[in-house]
Design a protein around this ligand. Structure first.
Ligand code: CTP
Ligand code: CA
Length: 301
């Protein structure tokens, strides 16, 4: 199925794919889950391996065989998925979030199996899970800002000149860290201060990290892809979601009519951050995966 021209176009690239659906524990034997089979995510992992990529597959509750050649990390809950994806994403060229992540989890997990003894069941109170895709977009945005701050030039990713400028800026920021060099560096000192004026948490770490790993390739991950299953106003909802989450590509499925869940076939529209869209007619999930990688490879080139 892989076309000749595609065969090695992801060689040297590290891609992260999440697949399956998270489970949010209620007690040791029960959970809140969803109908995701993991088929689309696994097809993405297989096709990426076939095209030469180094693949990390973060799999949530999938009962499919491991794709040959991929590194598989198994997780259960949204928070475990988040930790695994963010760790792998740090040095990834692309992240594709094909997993169905539970939006909510029970606030409290019972350590013991809940009994039906009482007449009225206790309600299950829910808390919001982290939005991993939005977080990836936010981390990258913060990194880009920090690159621009230490480089004093255009945001990274604008070409070789931008990369060179950022490398110079990084040097300046490092000098500014030393006691003596501060005055000499001028702009560099300001940039270093800007880069450090950050809040706590992952975004803050990302900003600090950006001053360390600035390189010709720019901030990682360079391409962020989301999936969205919609039942109505498919394109308008998809467009709003892409913008809200700051991703580069959003693969929008129309669900219902036996499409998507647990079936080998899928149909979708891929929306791009620039406002474009690519129609993928109904067909095997591997074909959809190959179109996604075509678009990713284009953006990495
Ligand atoms: N996603 C995520 N973390 C979450 C929820 C979703 O990373 N907590 C990712 C999914 O993996 C998918 C994309 O976001 O790539 C869109 O998921 P979707 O459920 O369609 O979006 P939501 O923002 O949760 O919106 P909705 O209210 O429609 O569920
Ligand atoms: Ca959701």
């Amino acid at each position: 199925r892989v076309l000749a021209g595609r065969r090695e176009d992801l060689a040297g690239r590290h891609v992260v794919v999440s697949a399956g659906g998270t489970r949010e524990a209620i007690d040791p034997v029960r959970f809140i889950g969803n109908r995701s089979s993991g088929l689309q995510g696994y097809a993405l992992a297989r096709t990426a391996v076939a095209r030469g990529a180094e693949v990390t597959l973060v799999a949530a509750n999938v009962t499919l065989p491991d794709p040959a050649g991929a590194k598989v990390v198994r997780v259960e809950s949204a928070r475990q998925l988040r930790d695994a994806v963010l760790a792998a994403a740090e040095h990834a060229d692309a992240v594709v979030m094909a997993a169905a992540v539970a939006d909510f989890r029970p606030v409290r997990q019972s350590d013991t199996k809940i009994k039906k003894s009482s007449a009225e069941p206790d309600p299950i109170h829910l808390a919001k899970n982290p939005d991993i895709l939005a977080e990836l977009g936010e981390i990258r945005r913060a990194k880009r800002e920090a690159y621009a701050a230490v480089g004093g030039g255009p945001a990274i990713g604008d070409g070789p000149d931008a990369a060179r400028e950022t490398r110079d800026g990084l040097g300046a920021a490092r000098t500014a860290d030393g006691a003596g060099g501060a005055r000499e560096t001028g702009d560099g000192l300001g940039a270093a201060q800007d880069a450090e004026a950050v809040g706590p948490g992952a975004v803050g770490e990302a900003r600090a990290g950006a001053t360390r790993d600035a390189g010709a390739d720019g901030p990682y991950p360079r391409v962020i892809v989301g999936f969205a299953a919609e039942t109505d106003d498919v394109l308008a909802n998809g467009r709003a979601k892409l913008e809200r989450k700051g991703c580069d590509l959003l693969v929008v499925n129309q669900v219902g009519e036996n499409l998507a869940f647990g079936t080998p076939d899928n149909a979708a529209v891929v929306l791009t951050a620039e406002g474009g869209s690519v129609d993928i007619p109904r067909g095997p999930k591997e074909d959809l995966a190959d179109v996604v990688w075509d678009l990713v490879a284009q953006r990495l080139a």
